[in-house]
Ligand binder design. Structure first.
Ligand SMILES: [Fe+2]
Length: 268
């Protein structure tokens, strides 16, 4: 286990970057490379140093190896030497993620700063919805059973509970009940966090924080039953994890940018 000499563990979560094979890939009016750079610049400007950068899926918009190489190159330019972890979203291609030229980010599990960080794959090939395969549920159960004491955070791509927008809640993890049947048996799970919904979300279920993090590109309007783009800015989330199991988290967003967001779009 990596210890941090009493300092809290600081995680930067970025998500739903939607980078493409080409540098000018855009989504709903935003050039996704530019907004990722803006988000990372903001994080470096206003935050302390990080011990881990974690991307919770839809790193790529097209699943190309080139988009993953570009992602790592951009993160490295802003946060050199910070360990990197990632997991796949519905837009990602796990084979391409494994085929990148640089050292592969962690995609399974980390034990760091007295905390366990578990990454799960909720992707269903060629579908937008989430589901945790039995192999992932078994892996989660084994990891929790192997250390039922250390505070634990779990990351995946899809939302485990409805966030209040019918159009995107049809893609909720379809077997979330199986996930909760496992985590409900353990007292050391502190929080579960995801991307996919391109908005901030927070609730507490059975003493566990359930958290969604804004995308580094376009945002979706909260509590809208029909698809609706939001004018809020791209952002990130940080976590400060204390060795005693207490943690804090906050979202921060890009400021002072005049993006031409396609607010009238009816889908993506
Ligand atoms: Fe997604």
């Amino acid at each position: 286990m990596t210890r941090l000499n009493g300092k809290p563990l600081r995680i930067l979560q970025i998500t739903d970057c939607h980078l493409g094979r080409d540098a000018d890939e855009s989504l709903l009016g935003l050039t996704t490379v530019d907004t990722l750079v803006d988000v990372l610049e903001r994080a470096v400007e206003v935050e302390d140093s990080f011990d881990l950068v974690l991307c919770s899926g839809d790193i790529s918009n097209d699943g190309t190896t080139g988009s993953y190489d570009r992602f790592i190159q951009i993160v490295r330019q802003h946060l050199p030497a910070v360990p990197l972890a990632w997991l796949p979203g519905n837009h990602d291609d796990p084979a391409s993620m494994r085929a990148i030229r640089s050292a592969a980010p962690r995609a399974d599990y980390l034990s760091i700063g007295g905390w366990n960080v578990i990454l799960l794959n909720s992707r269903v090939p060629f579908e937008e919805r989430g589901e945790l395969p039995q192999s992932e549920l078994k892996r989660l159960e084994r990891l929790l059973e192997s250390d039922p004491l250390s505070p634990t955070m779990i990351f995946l791509h899809h939302q485990l509970v409805p966030v209040g927008s019918a159009w995107i809640d049809q893609y909720v993890v379809s077997n979330a009940a199986d996930f909760f049947a496992i985590t409900d048996r353990f007292d050391n799970v502190r929080a579960v966090s995801w991307g996919h919904v391109h908005q901030e979300f927070y609730m507490v279920r059975n003493g566990v924080d359930l958290i969604a993090t804004p995308s580094t590109c376009v945002q979706f309007k909260p509590l809208s039953d029909d698809f609706m783009v939001d004018s809020t800015m791209p952002g990130y989330r940080t976590y400060e994890l204390q060795a005693n199991g207490v943690y804090t988290t906050h979202v921060n967003r890009v400021t002072e940018r005049a993006y031409s967001i396609d607010l009238a779009s009816e889908g993506y």
